[in-house]
Design a protein around this ligand. Sequence first.
Ligand code: SF4
Ligand code: SF4
Length: 105
Amino acid sequence: MDTFEEKVQAMKNMAPEDVQATVEKLKSMCTCPSCPSYNRCAKEGKELIFCSTGKSFMCISDEKRCICPACPVGKEMGLKYSFFCTRGAEKAQRYEHTVWGTKMV
Ligand code: SF4
Ligand code: SF4
């Protein structure tokens, strides 16, 4: 089990209020608002932590650059992937990679 799987497992065993507190902490650490791909629509929709919540809801479709690899959440959660706002959450990209043996864009 790697860091990401351990974190997901740990969250499954948390009380709802602790999950909420963890989500808020991750949101405060998310560096997406400084990313060139992050746009006004995403900002107005308060979209954050795509690595956990998945693709942007009809705001981001243009992949300019992804600064996720430098985000502290990436290290804390043991993320392997990037461009979560356009390609889906870490969990989804891991699944696709397992099923197809390559990433789907
Ligand atoms: S890894 Fe990317 S999507 Fe996740 S919190 Fe950091 S900047 Fe946001
Ligand atoms: S997920 Fe990556 S590409 Fe998308 S806004 Fe966040 S840092 Fe930028």
